[in-house]
Design a protein around this ligand. Structure first.
Ligand code: ADP
Ligand code: 5SP
Length: 493
């Protein structure tokens, strides 16, 4: 959670770590990986309990809830929550004397599929066939069929457990689930996060009938109509007024996905490129004229409803860096950084591709290493391995961004990279990013740009006061210029 005041100054920050602070749910990295290694879920009740916990932490820290004029939020994209019949009524009558997790055991599916799930290949193929192929689906929804996208997850639940599906009165995304908790009523899916479902026409901003029909019966009623991401949904539920002292006038602005939230938090300019190094690695851009292709995604823009955002997502991000850190750097980020500093840009031509789990872009799995003679090798010395991993990850991002039409000049640094997410606190990793893209990398003071962006969205919308880009620029820090990249690019290509 991030709270800002009218000058956009940060006044409070807090967080809950699922694994260590809610150990009763036995998650690792916030999730359960099922035996097939493809199905990945999170217990919904853990998210609800985390909300209880963070609000209690804020209360204990003396946070003044009565001064909150508006709130919004973001959730990991694509994950879904299934409310059982009667849950809507329960939401409207929450007893403020009891914590939410005691009141909300109202899900028909207790373990929500999350973005890391890749168990729906069958459903993806059948959706693409139903609408005339991958490119056709992309032309409608902004993306070809992806396993983690919500429509395919809904299809799997309906096919494998039709009873649970028919017991479900409403399906939320993680983001609209969060908004529903604060509203005490079902909240609409916003256009931007709704674009990550393979169900919405990103141009008309309505559910696409052929996709609904190919996914599951009676789906439209369970989804409710999507809504513009900047909408004010209404006031906070009386539950929070009585229990925590929120003002009854506190507005709830539509919640959105974490990457759309980051786009707002980083205040992207057209031409900038954002790289989020969270659990997933993502690259995203603000675009005006989308040309959806079958590699990468186009989402509706969360800030400007006439614009779009392009996004490429990599599953083997921080967890893969953590694995190599544990194996080759004794579990220390400092040692990991020393290895990056001890090896030359371009890694003397040694290159690695590390897909520990089935990657999203491209759909491939396995670890591959080639040396400077382009020979496949089984291993690298520790320091070479660390650079091979980080350079390989960023080179892939550059190649895919260029395929999406992004022009990277070898001669001039005419654009900026804005970095966010947990690993953006590591300046040695950012130096490699800067080297590979031949561009300066900026970070913002608040690494949690998704939260910050939603605080901005809430402020801008509910207080009808547009914060200009100037106020935000003051928190962007220029990184040192990159060292020469040309030799390394030659070596790697
Ligand atoms: N100093 C560091 N160097 C590299 N990676 C780091 C560092 N500190 C944290 N991280 C990575 O950041 C990740 C968490 O990023 P975060 O943005 O909080 O995740 P999420 O996207 O799931 O919200 C962790 O998995 C961790 O590997
Ligand atoms: O699947 C995607 C984007 O399409 C992921 O980026 C998720 O939105 C969650 O990311 P983390 O915040 O956990 O890295």
């Amino acid at each position: 959670v991030v709270a800002i005041n009218e000058n956009l100054d940060l006044v409070h920050q807090n967080h809950v770590l699922f694994d260590s602070e809610l150990p009763e749910f036995r998650t690792q990295g916030g999730v359960h990986v099922q035996a097939d290694k493809l199905t990945v879920t999170s217990p919904v009740l853990m998210w609800v309990k985390a909300l209880d916990l963070i609000l209690d932490k804020m209360k204990d820290a003396g946070f003044d809830f009565s001064s909150v004029r508006a709130l919004s939020g973001s959730g990991q994209q694509h994950g879904s929550v299934y409310w059982k019949k009667g849950a809507g009524q329960v939401l409207k009558q929450l007893d403020p004397g009891r914590p939410l997790h005691k009141l909300l055991e109202v899900e028909s599916v207790c373990d929500s599929p999350v973005w890391m799930d890749s168990s729906t290949s069958e459903q993806c193929s059948s959706l693409e066939s139903a609408v005339g192929g991958a490119q056709n689906l992309t032309n409608i929804t902004g993306s070809r069929a992806y396993e983690r996208f919500t429509g395919n997850q809904i299809a799997k639940i309906q096919q494998s457990n039709p009873e649970k599906y028919s017991e479900t009165e409403r399906i939320s995304l993680v983001s609209s689930f969060g908004a529903s908790l604060f509203r005490g009523d079902y909240a609409a899916v916003d256009y931007s996060d709704g674009s990550g479902m393979n169900l919405m026409d990103i141009f008309s901003k309505k559910w696409a009938q052929p996709c609904l029909e190919a996914t599951a019966p009676h789906l439209e009623a369970k989804l409710g109509a999507p809504l513009v991401s900047t909408a004010v949904l209404g006031e906070v539920s009386s539950y929070y007024v009585t229990r925590y002292g929120f003002s009854p006038d506190c507005k709830v602005v539509a919640f959105t996905g974490d990457n759309p939230g980051s786009l707002a938090g980083m205040r992207l300019r057209e031409g900038d490129i954002a790289v989020s190094l969270g659990t997933s690695d993502t690259v995203f851009l603000w675009i005006k004229e989308p040309r959806p292709t079958i590699e990468g995604h186009v989402f509706c823009n969360p800030v400007d409803s006439d614009s779009y955002m392009a996004l490429i997502c990599y599953k083997n991000g921080s967890f893969t860096r953590e694995r190599i850190r544990n194996e080759r750097a004794g579990g220390s980020w400092d040692t990991f950084s020393r290895a990056l500093n001890a090896t030359p840009v371009g890694n003397d031509g040694n290159l690695g591709i590390y897909f520990d789990t089935l990657e999203i872009t491209p759909s491939a799995v396995g670890v591959y290493r080639v040396n400077e003679q382009d020979q496949t090798v089984e291993g690298f010395p520790g320091e070479v391995e660390i650079r091979a991993l980080v350079e390989g990850q960023f080179l892939a991002k550059r190649v895919h961004a260029e395929k999406l039409g992004y022009k990277i000049s070898k001669l001039s640094r005419s654009f900026s990279i804005l970095a966010t997410g947990g690993a953006s606190s590591n300046t040695d990793i950012l130096q490699v990013l800067s080297d590979v893209f031949n561009a300066p990398v900026y970070t913002i003071d608040v690494a949690n740009s998704a939260c910050l962006g939603c605080a901005y969205r809430a402020k801008v919308k509910a207080l009808s006061c547009l914060c200009t880009r100037t106020c935000v620029e003051s928190i962007i820090v220029l990184r040192p210029p990159p060292t020469s990249v040309d030799n390394r690019i030659k070596a790697i290509t």
